[in-house]
Design a protein around this ligand. Structure first.
Ligand SMILES: Cc1ncc(COP(=O)(O)O)c(C=O)c1O
Length: 386
């Protein structure tokens, strides 16, 4: 056992983040204000999208996105089963129905070949999830959407930065939603961003993110602002604070550096595991890049005496935190009971779920940490071969 536990995914907060937050605290402006505006501007430049709306989570961004496209009760939305619950949960906010789709057996991304058969007159949108940090087959998905007049809301919680055929995720679908949760590739503690090229969607999301108050509600507290405002819709309380945006401003500057570090770790893992038949390493499509939010291996259980839970337990005994992304949605009681999803209807995700393990991968990992994870994985595999 190592002296210190190696956690699964701590944030990389430096003096720059601390200085930006202190600056916000000293300025007296701690909730939505100039730093949020700055973060939105810098983020939209980074992605090369026209509008970026900062909110307090990716879940909030997804909710606002579905509201902006006019999702209604009884509509259906196509969602991968291999995702975090937020992706489907937001659909249920509208009393609409999440229609789950199985994943590809190598990338674990939504299988675009399975989307068409789930489309009917009630289908309104597709929410592709760029699982682990790799882009879904966006050309195919956008084509299907165009043919059937569906909107595409991308769940990009894992994919900053990710390129697909030379374009950055955030500039492809109708609306793209990012997460800045504590474990994500850049963080604001809690936070999210909705990106779009569509002015109407952007305006609607902005208004709905702050109680349905007419444009730039926060300005009423500035020297140029007025006390008068109008509520034009029943909105939500999803605005990002300046304290969170301060973190985001500093983190965004490091996004590329963080990405390079994650990529280096992923390459080391891949080099070390690629000849081990008991482990299947992540598969990367040639049409884009991988942000390496997650490094997910699949255990070849036929060749091992232990199961996935035992593997994770042994890693923990060695002082290493691992995780599982994800328990597919169709296996959760709420989704099973409410929508009648069955394991056999999602054979790939059901099979893969038993085998996946997410290894630690984050910028603060030292070469020694990475070597330690590799040695432990290899040791556990050697000791537990059939
Ligand atoms: C695929 C996916 N979508 C959405 C979310 C929700 O993000 P947030 O916590 O910012 O609401 C997560 C968070 O882990 C996620 O993994």
């Amino acid at each position: 056992m190592r002296r210190n536990f190696l956690p699964f995914s701590p944030p990389a907060i430096g003096e720059e983040e601390i200085a930006e937050v202190v600056d916000s605290l000293r300025s007296g402006w701690i909730t939505t204000g100039p730093k949020v505006k700055q973060f939105e501007t810098e983020f939209s430049k980074y992605i090369a999208c026209i509008h970026a709306i900062a909110v307090n989570s990716c879940t909030a961004a997804l909710h606002l996105a579905l509201d902006a496209i006019g999702l209604k009760e009884g509509n259906e939305v196509i969602v991968p089963t291999m995702t975090f619950v937020a992706t489907a949960e937001v659909v249920t906010y509208f009393k609409a129905v999440p229609v789950l789709v199985d994943c590809e057996n190598d990338t674990l991304l939504i299988d675009s070949n399975n989307i068409k058969e789930k489309i009917n007159k009630k289908t309104k949108a597709i929410i592709p999830v760029h699982y682990a940090g790799q882009s879904c087959a966006m050309d195919e998905i956008l084509q299907i959407a165009e043919k059937h007049n569906l909107k595409v809301i991308e769940d990009a919680a894992h994919s900053l930065p990710t390129w697909y055929r030379g374009k950055m995720i955030g500039s492809l679908g109708d609306i793209t939603c990012f997460s800045f949760y504590a474990t994500k590739t850049i963080t604001t503690g809690e936070g999210g961003m909705a990106c779009t090229e569509n002015k109407e969607y952007a305006e609607r999301m902005k208004i709905m993110s702050l109680h349905g108050i007419s444009k730039d509600a926060w300005k009423r507290y500035t020297a140029k602002g007025s006390w008068y405002y109008e509520v034009i819709e029943a909105g939500y309380k999803y605005n990002m604070t300046d304290i969170a945006a301060a973190l985001g401003i500093a983190q965004l500057k490091k996004c590329k550096e963080f990405y390079k570090k994650r990529e280096k770790i992923a390459n080391k893992y891949t080099q070390s595991f690629k000849e081990i038949p008991e482990i299947k390493i992540p598969v990367i499509r040639e049409n884009g890049t991988h942000a390496w939010h997650l490094y997910v291996i699949q255990l070849n259980l036929k060749m091992l005496k232990i199961n996935r839970a035992q593997f994770i337990e042994k890693m923990k005994e060695g002082g290493i935190g691992c995780s599982v992304h994800f328990i597919p949605l169709h296996l959760h009681p709420y989704y099973k009971n409410t929508f009648g999803f069955k394991s056999k209807d999602f054979p790939v995700a059901s099979y893969i779920y038993e085998r996946i393990v997410s290894l630690p991968i984050y910028p603060k990992m030292t070469d020694e940490d990475v070597g330690y994870v590799i040695d432990n994985v290899i040791k556990i595999i050697k000791e537990n071969k059939k």
